[in-house]
Design a protein around this ligand. Structure first.
Ligand code: CA
Length: 228
């Protein structure tokens, strides 16, 4: 069961999807505009946001950006376009998954469960703190410190770092990271990994040209090192 916020301006879709997701055991909150959606994310703190990209008041991508500014809620976007470029843009903008319209409610329910399952993998019980000298990662509290100072990461940045930290010193391919962090075994574009990696680097205080922890191995992948 999840508390699902549905942002969809089409009355028929909103009503029928609301009904079927409720029947599937979810608690559904539904609004019809982007502005109401952003407000509802802040107010109601849903477990999952299902966001239609074609809204009357705001562009769905802008709604996604506004949501990301205030919340790490998993977002599944519903889009009419399925070309690689637009999917990659959505993932880079912070979407967790997407569905192509028209979709079935069973499909949406499966995506919601998959997103929540992946989230649960972040900080498994029993997973202990990763200590790489200057870099410490606590999977349970999702806290990261560099040289003893806390680093504020978004959910995906943390998940990316955690995925790399499970294999310290080993080169992990971008394809593996896409599968593990984004749940996209078939890809979605290396650029998604690159973009998040560059954000992560900035927060860890390094650059691709002068890496400390995150070392790119051209044509192979990324390796996490102790930084000492
Ligand atoms: Ca629409």
């Amino acid at each position: 069961m999840a508390r699902v916020l549905l942002v969809e301006d089409d009355d028929a879709i909103r009503t029928s999807l609301g009904k079927s997701l409720t029947a599937a055991g979810h608690v559904v909150m539904a609004v019809a505009s982007g502005a109401d959606g952003v407000a509802a994310v802040a107010r109601d703190r849903p477990d999952v946001l299902l966001l239609d990209l074609g809204l009357p008041d705001l562009d769905g991508r802008d709604v996604l950006a506004m949501v990301r500014a205030v919340s790490d809620v998993p977002v599944i976007v519903a889009t009419a376009r399925d070309d690689d470029a637009s999917v990659v843009r959505l993932l880079d903008a912070g979407a967790d998954d997407y569905v192509i319209k028209p979709f079935s409610s069973a499909q949406i329910d499966a995506r919601i469960r998959a997103v929540l399952r992946r989230l649960g993998q972040g900080g498994e019980q029993g997973e202990s703190t990763v200590d790489l000298g200057a870099l410490r990662i606590d999977p349970r509290s999702r806290e990261v410190t560099v040289d003893g100072s806390p680093v504020d990461l978004t959910r995906k940045e943390f998940d990316l770092l955690l995925a790399l930290s499970r294999r310290p010193g080993a080169v992990v391919s971008k394809r593996e990271l896409l599968a593990e962090v984004w749940g996209l075994p078939w890809g979605g574009g290396d650029r998604t990994v690159d973009v998040h990696l560059s954000w992560l680097r900035r927060k860890l205080g390094e650059t691709a040209a002068a890496p400390r922890f995150l070392h790119s191995v051209r044509g192979v992948g990324i390796k996490l090192a102790s930084g000492d």
